[in-house]
Ligand binder design. Structure first.
Ligand code: RET
Length: 282
């Protein structure tokens, strides 16, 4: 990992002296700033909102709170890195000798994606032995997806970017397919109002996760290579929007699912103190 992280320091942006207009620099600046605010506010919401849920659904909110806390910190670092990597020069923002560090984003995903997978599998309300096997397979696939995406991300060469991107897409498809199918199957196990929310969750998962590979491709689509200003801006804006949807948006939907299940459990008299999400099946 040390070698890989060190490579970030040699990002090709430095050599090319990429230059952004003040609008381009400012757009990314504002997006990072809003993302920090959203993650921080999400943290407060998840911590406070868990009191409305029966105890067995509270761990899901703790996981959401962890995900956004980790992301809030990383966006703070990403924001600082962005500010250091461009300097105002005759009306344009010119790349400084300090390269923008993409490693924060990948370090963030390595930590938060497995947590989100745990949370999603908990919603499936499977028996715990089946659930833990599924979490392990999905977490391994997530690790491969992120680890193989990184060399492409930091490469200035379009072919290298496309090759690693394609490799990374294989575990990506496995994860999205598995979750989509399993969330679909779990619908029969849920009370009717939870079914509607679970369908929305499936849609949000599909839309937000789908954003990442598209953002990854933007430098290639918008500039024919990873060095165009529009490509750099599109990439950062795209990843930030995807992160807000996949972490704060997703966590909020999970909260509403848990709230609905809490109400349902109370109406049918399911005991409140069970800690197993599997108990929600009934
Ligand atoms: C990469 C590389 C290009 C191919 C693909 C990618 C997918 C990334 C994804 C990241 C998801 C992150 C989440 C974070 C939330 O906390 C690595 C960009 C497919 C799907 C959900």
């Amino acid at each position: 990992l040390g070698t890989v992280l060190a490579q970030t320091q040699n990002a090709p942006v430095e050599a090319a002296k990429l230059s952004l207009s003040s609008g381009q620099f400012g757009l990314v600046y504002q997006i990072f700033s809003i993302t920090i605010a959203t993650m921080g506010a999400g943290f407060i919401f998840f911590v406070l909102a868990q009191q409305n849920l029966s105890p067995k659904y509270r761990p899901a909110m703790v996981v959401s709170a962890l995900v956004v806390a980790v992301a809030c910190y990383h966006y703070f670092r990403i924001f600082n890195s962005w500010n250091e990597s461009y300097a105002l020069n005759a009306g344009a923002y010119v790349a400084t000798a300090v390269p923008f560090n993409d490693a924060y984003r990948y370090a963030d995903w390595i930590l938060t994606v497995p947590l989100l997978l745990v949370e999603t599998v908990a919603v499936l309300a499977l028996a715990s032995n089946i659930a833990s096997g599924m979490i392990w397979r999905l977490a391994m696939a997530a690790f491969v997806m992120i680890a193989t995406g990184y060399p492409g991300e930091i490469s200035g060469d379009t072919t290298t970017r496309l090759i690693w991107g394609t490799i990374s897409t294989i575990p990506f498809i496995y994860i999205v397919y598995t979750l989509f199918v399993e969330l679909g199957k779990s619908l029969d196990r849920q009370p009717p109002r939870v079914q509607v929310l679970t369908r929305n969750l499936r849609l949000l998962l599909f839309a937000s996760w789908g954003f990442y590979p598209i953002a990854y491709l933007l430098p290639v689509i918008l500039g024919g290579g990873s060095l165009s200003a529009n490509g750099v801006v599109g990439l950062q804006v795209g990843y930030s929007i995807a992160d807000i949807l996949a972490k704060v948006g997703f966590g909020t939907l999970i909260y509403f699912i848990a709230l609905e299940k809490t109400a349902h459990d109370r109406s049918v008299g399911v005991p409140e103190n069970s800690t197993s999400p599997a108990a929600t099946e009934r």
